[in-house]
Ligand binder design. Structure first.
Ligand SMILES: [Fe+2]
Ligand SMILES: [Fe+2]
Length: 482
């Protein structure tokens, strides 16, 4: 069979797909080797899949090379895009490569299956390095002694900064990933008419609360990974993270933070009662469809009432389901007939929800707003109906330029807001990563820079002059937070 002729873009898509498949099968094979003896059928099957995937990559690109650069994985020089489906694989591979002290490996010729086995076993349990920094040499020696000649080990090429505190960031990543899983399971179960496993949901929320108390900035950074197909379950996790972080600013104790996190994670559970074709409809909705979507508020209450009495019902979550699209003057939806005051939980979730929704690209909003513009709207436009005090706390949390904002500096460098400044006096001077030099050339390692840094005379070295649209520069913000 001859391959169809394809244009450059198609070719790139094919390569990207083959690369993703290669990474997934590599991950699958590593897990199999970790769990079973080599002769086991599961290992053999995983091995065959890995070899086929590697063949496909080689057929397309002429070689199979996988390499880590900082916090990304590259297959034949192309950075792998992140998705929910390969998130676990990428995180695991990055972790093992780092533990082995290697950059990656390259198949010089087509490796035999026994060579793959040696490589996989060494990756599952990296040999201890003799000296700091020579891990890759030890690793290369070990697989060479195992008879591997067709696979070459690549030296790591990243600087120490990219490896800073891998443990704490790794933990944040795992917590986030687990929560995504739970959130997806919860939505799918309810959609199928089953009761969601509340125990798992509680554990996920507990994990988010603990992680936020430990390291708020890593968790907030992960909310920028918005480029997923399925919107609702990622959104629920993000709203949970923002809400708990907000609650913390407002002085909540741990138990209250947990209750708030539960309410936030469940706030859109009523969407599982909205038909998918209405929920994912591109273009405008009819009045009737808008009614149906809006009904996710009270539908959420019904879903939570459906949870059997044996486990306690999340009553505060019900209130938040019902109220989170209300405005501070009780307009908004659903229509309220009697005078009522939004609960504090609902006012918090409304701000977190409004922020995450406006900054995400979705079917009916292909161009998300920049985080800084969304904050400005929330603060300056009373018609949006957010609680001004909660918005103020939110800005104190994110800074004037929230994490994930692309900005131009007065040096004409392009930079990405990476973390809010720890000192609240520096709301407009976050920590950034410098993406380009003043001429617009991209920097490979995107070094971090604290914008509150001054020279000897006290003048700031760099200052944000404006925000930018990442699409214009072809930048995927989430890639920098993996
Ligand atoms: Fe909602
Ligand atoms: Fe929402």
């Amino acid at each position: 069979m001859t391959a169809p002729t394809t244009g450059g873009a198609d070719q790139e898509q094919l390569s990207q797909r083959a690369a993703r498949q290669f990474v997934t099968t590599l991950y699958g094979a590593l897990r199999a080797v970790r769990l079973y003896p080599i002769e086991n059928a599961t290992v053999q099957k995983a091995l065959a899949e890995l070899m086929a995937a590697s063949d496909r990559v080689t057929a397309l690109d002429g070689v199979t090379e996988i390499n880590r650069g900082g916090e990304f994985l590259f297959v034949n020089g192309a950075r792998l895009r992140l998705g929910v489906d390969n998130y676990a694989a990428l995180a695991y591979l990055l972790g093992q490569f780092r533990a082995a002290g290697i950059g990656g490996f390259r198949c010089n010729e087509r490796p035999e299956s026994r060579e793959w086995v040696v490589l996989l076993s060494a990756l599952v349990q990296p040999p201890p390095a003799r000296d700091e920094g020579d891990g890759w040499q030890t690793f290369a020696r070990v697989i060479e002694q195992g008879g591997v000649t067709r696979i070459g080990v690549l030296q790591p090429n990243d600087d120490a900064a990219a490896d800073e505190e891998p443990d704490i960031r790794e933990k944040a990543r795992r917590t986030y990933l687990r929560s995504l899983d739970v959130s997806r399971e919860m939505m799918t179960a309810t959609r199928l008419g089953r009761t969601p496993n509340l125990k798992r949901v509680k554990r996920a929320v507990q994990g988010i609360v603990d992680q936020l108390l430990l390291d708020e900035q890593s968790m907030i950074g992960l909310t920028t990974l918005r480029d997923f197909d399925e919107y609702t379950f990622v959104h629920s996790v993000n709203v949970c993270i923002f809400s708990v972080a907000l609650g913390r600013r407002l002085g909540f104790g741990k138990t209250q933070l947990f209750d708030l996190g539960m309410a936030a994670l469940l706030h859109d559970i009523g969407k599982s009662r909205v038909p998918n074709e209405v929920l994912n409809k591109a273009g405008g909705l009819t009045d009737e469809e808008r009614q149906i979507v809006g009904g996710h508020t009270w539908q959420g209450v019904l879903v939570l009432f459906g949870i059997p009495v044996v486990s306690e019902r999340p009553y505060r979550g019900m209130v938040t389901c019902f109220e989170h699209h209300l405005k501070i003057d009780s307009s908004g939806y659903p229509r309220i007939l009697r005078d009522r005051r939004m609960s504090l939980f609902s006012r918090i979730v409304a701000v977190a929800d409004g922020y995450d929704a406006a900054t995400s690209a979705r079917v009916y909003q292909d161009r998300p707003w920049s985080p800084a513009d969304v904050l400005r709207g929330m603060r300056e436009n009373p018609r949006l109906g957010f609680d001004p005090l909660v918005v103020k706390a939110f800005i104190a949390l994110t800074g004037v330029f929230p994490v994930g904002t692309l900005v131009t500096l007065d040096t004409l460098e392009l930079a990405l807001v990476y973390a809010a400044h720890p000192d609240p006096a520096n709301l407009a001077r976050p920590v950034v990563r410098l993406l380009t030099d003043g001429q617009g050339n991209f920097l490979a390692d995107a070094p971090a820079f604290d914008l509150s840094t001054t020279d000897a005379t006290g003048a700031y070295l760099r200052t944000i002059i404006r925000t930018e649209d990442p699409d214009r520069y072809g930048i995927r913000i989430g890639d920098y937070f993996v």
